[in-house]
Design a protein around this ligand. Structure first.
Ligand code: CDT
Length: 350
C-alpha cells in the first residue's frame, strides 16, 4: 500500500533589515494559499524565516537583538500562520529566533536564546520543536570578515537533541518526522541520530551566502550549492529518508544567499528544486514506501552497523594526530632527519 504525502519547500526571497514581521508573514501566507491550491499537505519554511538573517548584524548589547526574537509561539505576529494551517488543514515547519525563560544546566532559570524550528500540524497543534545544535560563525565582532556571522553571539547550543516524532500529517495516519537547521545538514552525525529514530521526513531551513564571507582562503563559488546539495542528498540516502530543504534566497542586506531549495528522496535523488531567488513553492509527492529499500538492504542498521567501532564519534571533538608509520627495521631512533619515530617509541614516551 502506498503512503503518499505532498510536501513543499517554501523558499523565501530576501527579507531586508527594514522589513517588518508583517511583511514576512504576508508573503508566507501567500505561499500557504498557493500550497492549498496545489494540494500540498506539509509546507517547510526556512531558518529564521520571520526576519532578515540578523546574525550578520553586530549589536554590542545582546538585548538590542530582542526585537528579532519571538517570546511565545504562536506569537502575535505568527498567529495568522497557525490560523491558516487550521483553515487549510496544512502542516508547516517554521524556523525562528526563540527567547525562553528556562533553567540552564546549573538549574538557574534565566532568559535564553535559541535558533529554533517548530512543526505544526493541520489542526494548528505544535507537534515538535528543535533548537539548532551546530552554530557556525563567531561570538565577537570580527573586523577581518566581509560579513559578520554572529550565531555564536546570539544563540545558545540547542538542548533538545535531534528529536523525531511519529504523528499524523496530511492524509497519513503516522509519519516519522525530524528537523535540523542549516549548518546541521553538513554533519553526518546529525543525520544518523535522526536515522536511528527511523525518521522518514527531515525538514530543514537554511540561510547560506553564495560566497565565503570569512576571508580565509579561496572557496570556489560554484561549490557552495554543490556542497549543500551533496550534504542533503548523502544524508537522505544514508538514512533512507526524504528531506525537504528550504532556503532564504537573493540579496538580503547586501549579502547574496544562494537559495536552491530542494526536495530529496531516500535514494538521494533531487525530486524538485527552486529555480528562482524569490518566494517560490517547490513541491513533490513523496511515497513513503520508498524508505523501505534502503532500510531493508544496504542501510539495514540493525544488521550492519558496528557501534563498537564508532567510539571516537562521541568520545572526541577535534581530530587527533595518527600514529606515524615506520618500517620495523629502520633506524628511526636518533635519526631526526626523517622526523619519524617508531610507533613503539611513541608509546613508551606516552
Ligand atoms: N545559517 C547557517 O548555518 N549558515 C551556514 C553558513 C556557514 S558560513 C559561517 C551554513 O552552513 O550554511
Amino acid at each position: 500500500m502506498s503512503r503518499i504525502i505532498t510536501v513543499a519547500a517554501a523558499q523565501l526571497g530576501p527579507l531586508q533589515l527594514s522589513d517588518t514581521r508583517e511583511v514576512a508573514i504576508q508573503r508566507m501566507m501567500r505561499l500557504l494559499e498557493r500550497a492549498r491550491v496545489r494540494g500540498v499537505e506539509l509546507v517547510v519554511f526556512p531558518e529564521l524565516a520571520l526576519t532578515t538573517f540578523f546574525p550578520r548584524h553586530y549589536r554590542e548589547d545582546i538585548a538590542e537583538a530582542d526585537p528579532w526574537f519571538e517570546e511565545s509561539m504562536p506569537s502575535p505576529a505568527t498567529a495568522p500562520l497557525f490560523a491558516a494551517a487550521r483553515k487549510y488543514g496544512i502542516g508547516f515547519h517554521l524556523g525562528y529566533a526563540e527567547i525562553t525563560h528556562e533553567a540552564d544546566e546549573t538549574g538557574v532559570v534565566r532568559r535564553r536564546r535559541f535558533n529554533s524550528a517548530i512543526l505544526v500540524n493541520g489542526a494548528g497543534d505544535l507537534v515538535l520543536k528543535y533548537r539548532k545544535v551546530h552554530l557556525p560563525g563567531h561570538a565577537e565582532f570580527d573586523p577581518k570578515r566581509r560579513v559578520q556571522h554572529l550565531e555564536k553571539r546570539y544563540f545558545e547550543v540547542g538542548n533538545l537533541g535531534f528529536p523525531v516524532i511519529r504523528a499524523p500529517m496530511g492524509g497519513l495516519s503516522g509519519l516519522n518526522m525530524g528537523m535540523m537547521i542549516c549548518n546541521d545538514r553538513r554533519w553526518p552525525e546529525a543525520w544518523r541520530v535522526l536515522g536511528l529514530q527511523g525518521v522518514e521526513m527531515v525538514m530543514l531551513g537554511y540561510n547560506t551566502p553564495s560566497t565565503n564571507q570569512s576571508a580565509v582562503g579561496f572557496e570556489a563559488p560554484h561549490l557552495r550549492v554543490a556542497h549543500s546539495h551533496l550534504s542533503i542528498q548523502a544524508g537522505a540516502y544514508q538514512n533512507a529518508t526524504f528531506a525537504v530543504a528550504s532556503a532564504k534566497a537573493g540579496v538580503e542586506d547586501g549579502c547574496e544567499m544562494f537559495g536552491h531549495s530542494i526536495i530529496v528522496n531516500p535514494q538521494g535523488e533531487i525530486l524538485a528544486q527552486a529555480t528562482t531567488w524569490d518566494d517560490e513553492l517547490v513541491t513533490a509527492d513523496c511515497n513513503l514506501e520508498q524508505v523501505q529499500l534502503g532500510r531493508k538492504t544496504i542501510f539495514a542498521f540493525d544488521q550492519h552497523r558496528r557501534p563498537e567501532a564508532y567510539g571516537r564519534i562521541t568520545a572526541q571533538v577535534g581530530a587527533v594526530e595518527p600514529k606515524v608509520w615506520c618500517r620495523p627495521l629502520d633506524p628511526c631512533e636518533g635519526d631526526t632527519s626523517s622526523g619519524l619515530t617508531r610507533v613503539d617509541d611513541r608509546k613508551a614516551a606516552g
